[in-house]
Design a protein around this ligand. Structure first.
Ligand code: ATP
Ligand code: MG
Length: 450
């Protein structure tokens, strides 16, 4: 970057900076947006740091929607044309007591001090009037793909253990390397991760899982000793020999192989990571020396429920991860139109397609992949949807009132008859056509006199 060069972040920012500057407050683009711009990555949100104090920021943007989040720490989010601008007053760090929050906010008048309190060199660059301010060699580290703290790693990690999760997240999403001293600092202090709130850990974990190659992040968490605190049941799979002729990898490597083969969807990636955690407690070796894991999806389900609740994942995500994991062995049976319909009814098309993705990634991560059945299920979904055979009871061409009209009495018999017809329609014995069904019932005089 040469001096006096305008940068194009792909998002507008000039009018926001101009307002602050026009009022006499020195203001910079800072942090993630500069890092991502220099890496040629897409910029999603804009962080601004300014000499203006929170009250000034509010006044200057009083005509805009303003969220005072983290206002205590000097951050205000201004929303303009649905883009969020996080505006933070220059500050320097005071002492830390609780491993996370500085004991008080010390505002500063110096951009240098503000950059100095930021976590990594690659996040400690700012931009103003055509110039990049880079006092800690952030650009150099970007080129070398190195994550390095601003200042002594042992101290900086000690001040705020969330930085350890952030370093793993950036190493994973950007494909960077964590510098050796920073690694040692995290390893030495790994147990202190328990001081960080579940919500913050969850947010970083999710970003790791959604990366192009999530296994990299999970391996780094293991190497740094963080995995046993954050995901002990995943750690328990490390080195676990399945004693199986289907598996050439240990359980941890198998799960990570599955993880990397999945589309970037949170529920799916969580299911990939956890689907076999229940194997650890269920294994027994049969008379031929093969490992057996009867009922392991049920154990995985319990583990998922417990762990994801502790990490405060939303209920909807937890339920989907559970059903995906619980059903991951279904492809052991050959899919038929009937079983495909059953799955569609049970979990809906979107989740069923995710289940097939999980089953595909799972079989491709064994020594004897069997993909035909899963390919066939995908075809069958299209066929089942194209046919007139209902997936839901409400789509059956006949209902309880129709039955009453042809003489059925009120009561249990109505429901039973509808189930009976539903089965026949599913088995393609009769078509889902009102006239045809009525003709069929009348001819057989089924249940009529009961
Ligand atoms: P992204 O927005 O892609 O998650 P980011 O680097 O912008 O990445 P934010 O959480 O938006 O991350 O934080 C903005 C900036 O604030 C960072 O670039 C960094 O300079 C600083 N920062 C964030 N969290 C910390 C922390 N825990 N310790 C020190 N500085 C931090
Ligand atoms: Mg940001």
């Amino acid at each position: 970057m040469t001096k006096h060069e305008e940068i194009d972040l792909g998002l507008p920012y000039k009018h926001i900076l101009a307002r602050l500057e026009d009022e006499g407050y020195e203001s910079y683009l800072v942090g993630g947006c500069i890092r991502d711009y220099l890496l040629g990555r897409e910029v999603y949100d804009i962080d601004i740091t300014t000499r203006a104090r929170p009250d000034d920021i509010r006044r200057i943007f009083s005509d805009k929607k303003v969220i005072g989040f983290g206002q205590k720490y000097g951050t205000i989010k201004v929303i303009d044309k649905s883009i969020g601008y996080e505006i933070t007053t220059f500050r320097k760090d005071g002492s830390y007591k609780d491993k996370r929050h500085p004991d008080g906010v010390n505002y500063s008048d110096s951009i240098y001090e503000d950059l100095q309190r930021r976590d990594f060199t690659i996040n400690a660059m700012a931009y103003r009037k055509g110039e990049i301010i880079d006092p800690f060699g952030g650009k150099y580290d970007l080129g070398k793909k190195i994550l390095r703290t601003v200042g002594d790693p042992y101290e900086r990690i000690g001040e705020d253990m969330l930085r350890s999760m952030r370093s793993v997240r950036f190493a994973t999403t950007l494909g960077f390397y964590i510098e050796d001293d920073l690694k040692s600092a995290i390893r030495d202090r790994a147990s202190e991760i328990e001081s960080i709130s579940a919500d913050r850990i969850r947010d970083e974990l999710s970003k790791i899982l959604l990366a192009d190659k999530p296994s990299r992040g999970i391996r780094i968490l293991y190497e740094l000793g963080l995995l046993s605190y954050i995901l002990p049941e995943v750690k328990a799979m490390v080195g676990f020999d399945q004693h199986s002729s289907f598996h050439h990898m240990d359980l941890f490597d198998h799960s990570l192989s599955v993880l990397d083969k999945l589309p970037s969807d949170l529920a799916l990636r969580l299911a990939g990571l956890f689907h076999d955690t229940g194997k650890v407690s269920t294994m027994f070796i049969d008379e031929r020396g093969e490992g057996r894991f009867f009922g392991h999806p049920l154990d995985s389900e319990k583990i998922i429920d417990n762990r994801l609740r502790k990490l405060h994942y939303p209920k909807k995500i937890i339920e989907e991860v559970k059903i995906l994991s619980l059903r991951h062995m279904d492809s052991a049976n050959t899919y038929t139109k009937k079983s495909v319909r059953k799955h569609l009814r049970m979990m809906g098309e979107e989740t069923f397609r995710k289940l097939l993705d999980l089953q595909m990634a799972d079989t491709l991560s064994t020594s004897k992949p069997n993909i035909e059945n899963i390919d066939r299920a995908r075809q069958l979904i299209d066929e089942v949807k194209a046919s007139n055979i209902p997936i839901k009871r409400s789509k059956l061409a006949i209902n309880g009132n129709d039955l009453k009209e042809i003489g059925y009495k009120e009561g249990k018999i109505i429901g039973e008859s509808l189930s009976y017809i539903e089965n026949l329609v599913e088995d393609e014995v009769i078509a889902n056509d009102k006239e045809e069904i009525i003709k069929f019932l009348t001819k057989k005089a089924l249940f009529l006199d009961r």
